[in-house]
Design a protein around this ligand. Structure first.
Ligand code: ADP
Ligand code: AMP
Length: 213
């Protein structure tokens, strides 16, 4: 199965994709994680992407499409988290999959309000070493400031400040939400209520996967 997780920043896409990775072995491809890794390493891509990310804007399509072309697995199921984010990226994805004789199984739309997103992202903690994600109240680590999985340091992401969060939500509405119609027309869209508990969202996703998309 090839799944796309579509939804505003903070809707829980990464949390769920990481959980499914350990439960059903799907590869988790997050363009946000890949870009942060590139920024950390100081690669050419990282240097070009950094400022857009800090401002809460989208990184140009050509850079993102080249990145996905590089990492797209030839075999097995995977989840795309945070890609595509524009119609141009969605068209490029269709073309790439077709080239490999594949097609998208389903697009899961994580529905949530702006205020919930601000609440979630302003309390999000991310591990500097392994990228694991926590929440001060909804999913706290066992020991304050320390990653349960690798012992790394937990920090607030630079773009998880309220002003940037609201900008990212606006960018989502303007540039990414048109994909809802795009995938509805292609009969690929399934919506879920992302304000439910992590366990309930996980249960619904597993149901979709068991039904074979
Ligand atoms: P995204 O990948 O869509 O940007 P994340 O998975 O990083 O979102 O989740 C954003 C924040 O919300 C994190 O701090 C995470 O722990 C928390 N979170 C995720 N899912 C839920 C949920 N169902 N209920 C409450 N908090 C959640
Ligand atoms: P995320 O971790 O998904 O919230 O992404 C963090 C930031 O990375 C975004 O605010 C964008 O600047 C950039 N980014 C991630 N994925 C994409 C994408 N598919 N297209 C453009 N920019 C992206």
């Amino acid at each position: 199965m090839i799944l796309v997780f579509l939804g505003p920043p903070g809707s829980g896409k990464g949390t769920q994709a990481k959980k499914l990775k350990s439960e059903v072995g799907f590869l988790h491809i997050s363009t946000g994680d890949l870009l942060r890794e590139a920024v950390k390493k100081g690669t050419e891509l990282g240097k070009r992407a950094k400022e857009y990310m800090e401002r809460g804007e989208l990184v140009p399509d050509d850079l993102i499409i080249a990145l996905i072309e590089e990492v797209m697995p030839k075999e097995g199921g995977f989840i795309l988290d945070g890609f595509p984010r524009t119609v141009a990226q969605a068209i490029a994805l269709e073309r790439m999959l077709k080239k490999h004789g594949k097609e998208l199984s389903k697009v899961m739309l994580f529905e949530i309000s702006e205020d919930s997103v601000v609440d979630r992202l302003s309390g999000r903690l991310t591990c500097l070493s392994c990228g694991a994600v926590y929440h001060i109240r909804y999913n706290p680590p066992k020991q304050e400031g320390v990653c349960d999985l690798c012992g790394g340091k937990l920090v607030q992401r630079e773009d998880d400040k309220e002003e940037v969060i609201r900008k990212r939500f606006r960018v989502y509405k303007e540039q990414t939400e048109p994909l809802v119609e795009f995938y509805k027309e292609r009969n690929r869209l399934t919506s879920l209520d992302a304000t439910q508990s992590m366990e309930e969202v996980n249960r619904q996703l597993l149901e979709v996967i068991r039904d074979g998309g």
